[in-house]
Design a protein around this ligand. Structure first.
Ligand code: ADP
Length: 306
């Protein structure tokens, strides 16, 4: 599978502050690539460099094999960028806003009208096209912002934290739209600080923190290599975590116990035997799903929410 984006050793400084330090990653054609990191990690800076809104101090990036410094205009015609800030005219209708953005992208006339109908459908707002943006919720405005970036049928869509501060319904529409875009062969870069979004949407991931890519790879690879293995057990009368071989750490969670271990099946077997021996009624005994949160914790020593 070829790459639609290659980012190589990007460095960005704002005065004395180093916002990006040798950021390197690549995005496979037709995939949804997750850029995951806490606020201030450097996600927006990376995306603004790729879309030529700002320039890197060092390093290179190529979109569809084209150097961003040499062929920015050609790249722009194939890329849809959804910035974090919403930039819409409140008094105009959704349709009029989209007409304005479509013309900026060079789409005109009949074709633009058709595309506006299509993108409104894609973001689930066909019924609201003629309403003024001022009557829209924050989530709906974000969806129109996304629609604006799709008008020229980009082959790569870059979404900068598209779900921050929006209602669950809009979030679901955005997720569905991303899945449909992916099914139609569009490649995407999706930045977020919500791990569950990356787990739900992305094929490959780079975890970024303090301007550095800490780790990257497929979701399965990262979870398989770095995520903490654990089981959860809850039983009536189980007032202490049982001492079991192979358990690295045990702590209370809700009404039960989390046992971090290196071999979940072995620990599961041990837990099951202890509960049977003691005759304690079992409420829950399960393998915990490995999470990106534990990957981040293992690699940085902090949680993503810190
Ligand atoms: P993220 O998108 O992951 O939240 P950003 O790329 O916005 O992170 O920011 C990375 C770092 O660069 C942060 O420390 C931020 O404060 C800093 N930064 C971003 N933009 C500017 C700017 N225009 N001037 C100075 N510092 C900036």
């Amino acid at each position: 599978m070829s790459n639609v984006l290659e980012v190589n050793r990007l460095v960005k400084r704002y005065g004395d502050k180093i916002a990006l330090e040798n950021v390197t990653f690549s995005v496979k054609s037709g995939s949804c690539f997750g850029l995951l990191g806490p606020n201030g990690a450097g996600k927006s800076t990376t995306m603004k460099i790729i879309t030529s809104i700002i320039e890197a101090n060092e390093g290179t990036a190529a979109v569809f094999g084209k150097d961003i410094r040499k062929e920015a205009d050609a790249i722009r015609r194939q890329v849809g960028y959804v910035p974090q800030d919403i930039t819409l005219y409140e008094k105009l209708s959704a349709r009029d806003n989209l007409t304005f953005f479509g013309e900026l992208y060079g789409v005109r006339g009949k074709e633009l009208k058709t595309r506006i109908d299509e993108v409104l459908k894609q973001v689930g707002l066909s019924e609201r096209g003629d309403d003024a943006i001022s009557t829209f919720s924050g989530g709906m405005k974000r969806r129109i912002n996304i629609a604006a970036a799709l008008l020229h049928k980009p082959k790569l869509v870059i979404l900068d934290e598209p779900t921050v501060g929006i209602d669950p319904q809009s979030r679901n529409h955005i997720f569905q739209m991303i899945r449909e875009l992916k099914a139609s062969g569009v490649s995407m870069i999706y930045s977020t600080h919500y791990m569950e979004e990356v787990e739900a949407l992305c094929d490959d991931i780079a975890i970024i923190d303090h301007g550095k890519v800490i780790v990257q790879g497929s979701l399965d690879h990262l979870l398989g290599t770095y995520a903490t293995q654990a089981i959860y057990m809850e039983a009536e009368g189980l007032t202490q975590a049982p001492a079991l071989p192979g358990v690295n750490k045990a702590y209370a969670d809700g009404k039960g116990w989390v046992l971090e271990c290196s071999n979940v099946l072995e620990t599961m077997g041990g837990a099951s035997r202890i509960l049977e021996e003691r005759g304690l009624p079992v409420k829950s005994l399960e393998i915990m799903r490995p999470s990106l949160e534990s990957v981040f914790l293992k690699l940085t020593g902090t949680t993503l929410r810190d």
